[in-house]
Ligand binder design. Structure first.
Ligand code: SAM
Ligand code: ZN
Length: 325
């Protein structure tokens, strides 16, 4: 199923019979690649791995299992059946963990060991076994898995972090079996706009405060020559996939559940913990100083509202795009 990182022939983890290369296991994670955690300079393809973002990525909710992810995982597990699901750039496991709960066989790969350690903790805290999960440190630009060997794959929320997302889609296409599924998820737009009138003022203020925090932070950093790092945020995945895969099926999962995202549980711990990918090139000490200045400004302007305010929304429907090889 895997390709040896030494001689690039088929092999079974951990030892390659062809070249003798042994893949190390670090705390339950096979170290299939020695590619860097992050590449933002140089000639070749660039990507933003989350090794230093990990702890802050999911705010204070990093060990919870989200209801929307559970619904998406149900679809993945059903399509995968007894086959193997590849969760590429699995991160802290928002899909691997609920799919593991469904008993699905999974290869979960990410360039960040830190993110996968959180995945393991998330599974542990929810009493979910990872016995059917092979966790690998893996580069989505060079997937060390045999051609035509995987039944379903997801690369959720990662293509925008990579300078060459077409290459990642090419890798997914290559490793899928004929008839295999590349399953993507988008939020159907519009539903949050239907939030009840009673919260309209709070929601407007929430958006204003988060925008101001973001703008003030980046204005200060831009003035010393540091800019937000973004690669393929405008990449048109659907067009790329439709030209490669033979068919696409779409499905809408209805959701109407109200939610409340408190600023101090979601945006703020993530932003102040450098949990957004565009903060990747901001030096830690400068980040700390600038963040302190921004929060003094915001507290001066909004006072205790900062500690209570949040966004009241209704979960968007989930749109699934299932591209079949
Ligand atoms: C925004 S997170 C998404 C994680 C997860 N798929 C989810 O939906 O929550 C992006 C993930 O992509 C990973 N990543 C970035 N570049 C990568 C690469 N070249 N190969 C593998 N993983 C990569 C990061 O380490 C991070 O865990
Ligand atoms: Zn080998």
């Amino acid at each position: 199923m895997f390709i040896c990182p030494g001689c690039r022939k088929k092999f079974m983890i951990p030892i390659c019979e062809n070249c003798g290369n042994t893949v190390e296991n670090q705390n339950g994670i096979w170290q299939l690649t020695d590619a860097p955690d992050i590449v933002t300079t140089g000639e070749g393809d660039k990507y933003i791995g989350y090794e230093h973002i990990g702890g802050a990525f999911s705010g204070n909710r990093k060990y919870l299992i989200d209801e929307g992810d559970t619904l998406f995982a149900e679809y993945i597990s059903k399509i995968t059946g007894d086959g193997v699901f590849l969760d590429l750039a699995c991160g802290d496991g928002c899909l691997t963990v609920p799919c593991a709960k469904n008993g699905t066989k999974i290869i979960a790969g990410d360039i960040s060991n830190t993110m996968m350690t959180i995945l393991q903790k998330r599974a542990g805290k929810n009493g979910i076994s990872l016995q059917n999960v092979t966790l690998c440190r893996m580069n989505a630009l060079d997937v060390l898995i045999e051609d035509n060997s995987i039944d379903s794959a997801v690369a959720n929320s990662v293509l925008h972090l990579i300078s060459n997302p077409e290459k990642v889609i090419g890798e997914i296409y290559r490793v899928l079996k004929p008839g295999g599924h590349f399953i993507c998820k988008d939020d159907a737009p519009g539903k949050t706009a239907k939030t009840g009138e009673e919260f309209a003022d709070e929601n407007t203020a929430f958006i204003q405060i988060t925008n101001e925090i973001y703008a003030s932070y980046w204005t200060k950093l831009n003035s010393v020559g540091i800019t937000a790092k973004k690669y393929s945020w405008k990449f048109d995945r659907d067009t790329a996939c439709r030209s490669l895969f033979s068919t696409v099926e779409t499905k809408r999962i209805e959701r109407n559940k109200p939610f409340f995202n408190k600023l101090t549980d979601t945006f703020l711990p993530r932003f102040s913990g450098k949990g957004f990918s565009d903060q990747v090139d901001v030096p830690d000490d400068l980040h700390k100083t600038v963040m302190e200045e921004v929060m003094i400004e915001m507290r001066g302007k909004y006072g205790e509202l900062i500690d209570t305010i949040g966004y009241h929304g209704v979960e968007n429907d989930i749109l699934i795009f299932d591209y079949v090889k």
